[in-house]
Design a protein around this ligand. Structure first.
Ligand code: GLU
Length: 300
């Protein structure tokens, strides 16, 4: 008889600010699910944005989690130490002709969208509300690309989303995932992935050889993650993750998206809400039990 493989969960914060109540809920729910399943709980620092991430934030995260009573298994994985792995994955997508360098800046995209909308066109938006990339430079020839790069223009490598979906469908049929939480519109069970809603997503940048989407799927696979527990704000990103997993021949974890902690105006908490940072709440005398109460969890 072979033993059931041990489930592997992970918590993957970005050390670009202090943890707030939203992170506390996520870490507590994730950790409780991992331990209830007899699984491993890994801690990963998603620090690919080397300009915004700092070691003192990582130290703060470690301190906050330990204070909350959260324990993790094995060493912390830092994405900034694994750029080679992401580069390799990017090269595989590139070799299949599914990626192109794009040169339009955010301001140029905005101007383009405004001009189109001024003429009554409805510009498609992604699930986060950002306009889809116009895709102008998909067909740029090598010479033009080289000239733009030599001129020092900033660029990002983007996925040719329609071609990427066609390639993934040819390999694995329609894309879906298993959701054990509930999506923003009540979705549950087997969810059909709709990566086309994101348009030509960024896969890597000029200064950083990866992106959130690419490194998250590479790491989840490398670390043997079987269960991804995270906030509902990342529910729709799962469509892109499933697409990349099929294209890179990586296994699909089970996904569980949990509710978010909202501020008084009903908006998702962000790192700029200093007053809900765990550090300042702790300094003000809050206990871990108070934090559980504040995020709507029963006493631990
Ligand atoms: N690093 C992401 C964040 O801090 C979480 C990524 C994930 O759990 O997939 O929002």
């Amino acid at each position: 008889m072979t033993a059931e493989p041990r489930p592997v969960f992970r918590f993957a914060p970005s050390p670009n600010g202090d943890l707030h109540l939203g992170h506390a809920l996520s870490a507590l729910v994730d950790h409780a699910m991992a331990r209830a399943a007899g699984g491993l709980f890994l801690l990963r620092m998603e620090d690919i944005d080397v300009t915004r991430c700092r070691p003192e934030y990582e130290r703060g995260i470690v301190e906050d989690l330990a204070w909350l009573g959260i324990t993790w298994d094995g060493p912390i994985r830092r994405q900034s130490e694994h750029f080679d792995a992401y580069r390799k994955a990017m090269d595989r997508l590139w070799a299949r002709g599914l990626v192109y360098p794009s040169f339009l800046t955010r301001t140029e995209i905005k101007a383009r969208v405004e001009a189109a909308e001024a003429q009554g066109r409805i510009w498609p938006r992604d699930p986060d509300g950002a306009p889809l990339y116009p895709g102008d430079d998909r067909g740029l020839d090598e010479k033009a690309v080289e000239a733009a790069m030599i001129a020092g223009k900033p660029y990002a490598f983007r996925l040719k989303i329609a071609e990427a979906i066609a390639a993934a469908n040819a390999l694995a049929g329609p894309l879906d995932w298993t959701e054990t939480g509930v999506g923003p519109d009540g979705e549950a069970g087997t969810i059909a992935a709709r990566p086309e809603r994101w348009g030509d997503v960024v896969i890597a940048r000029k200064e950083v050889p990866t992106s959130y989407h690419l490194s998250v799927v590479v790491d989840d696979a490398l670390q043997g993650v079987t269960h991804v527990v995270r906030g509902l704000d990342l529910f729709h990103a799962t469509s892109v993750h499933r697409l990349l997993q099929v294209l890179l021949d990586l296994p699909a974890p089970v996904y569980h998206h949990h509710r978010l902690v909202l501020d008084e105006t009903g908006r998702k908490l962000s790192k700029s809400f200093g007053d809900t940072s765990l550090k300042s709440l702790r300094a003000g005398g809050a206990t871990p039990a108070d934090i559980r109460k504040l995020v709507g969890l029963p006493p631990g």
